[in-house]
Design a protein around this ligand. Sequence first.
Ligand SMILES: Cc1cc2nc3c(=O)[nH]c(=O)nc-3n(C[C@H](O)[C@H](O)[C@H](O)COP(=O)(O)O)c2cc1C
Length: 195
Amino acid sequence: MNTQVLAIFGSPRRGGNTDTLMEELLSGISRDGGVDITRIYVSDYNIKPCTGCAFCETSGECNIEDDMKKIYPLLDKSQIIVVSSPVYFYGISAQCKLLVDRCHVFWARKYKLNLPWSEDDEMVRQGFFITAAGTDNPNLFYGGELTIRYLFDCIDILYQGAITVRNVQEKGEVKKNLHALKDAYNKGVELMNYF
Ligand SMILES: Cc1cc2nc3c(=O)[nH]c(=O)nc-3n(C[C@H](O)[C@H](O)[C@H](O)COP(=O)(O)O)c2cc1C
């Protein structure tokens, strides 16, 4: 069976720097074939914010009716999950954070209810993060990386690292950074070594 890959594009700027890096990484993942890639552009989805209602903490289900109902099963069935997001105010984009917060239901299943978060508890999942920022300020990537690491940790996805690119403000500027593009491609190839 082909390796199932979920690419979560967290930037609302289509064709921007993190989208470009993601596509390079996906090219690396696809180098030898044998993969099915599902791309989701988070800003195309209707994702409401978590309200902290705690319904999931007793039921193990989220009671908000929106497009997360389409995304939960994709997280469940994927063996490689890559999240990309621009740095927005030292964190991830709001669109991406909506999705992350709605994974509280998985946290509730695991830590409150002692239930498996997934239908396939045995599946080993690898996770990767891609992010880019317009400046070269210190500590640019701490916030975003912590958020994504904690998301992966919560749903037992093994964190395999991140690509972090500085000094790319304008749309597509990262295309001039050949080192970053090559790095993304190589990381994609490496991720397939786990399968
Ligand atoms: C709302 C907003 C907040 C941003 N915050 C930061 C920031 O805190 N630090 C930084 O260096 N760049 C910041 N940027 C710049 C983006 O991170 C940068 O342009 C990035 O390359 C965008 O990636 P994208 O093309 O994938 O959307 C911000 C941009 C926007 C629109």
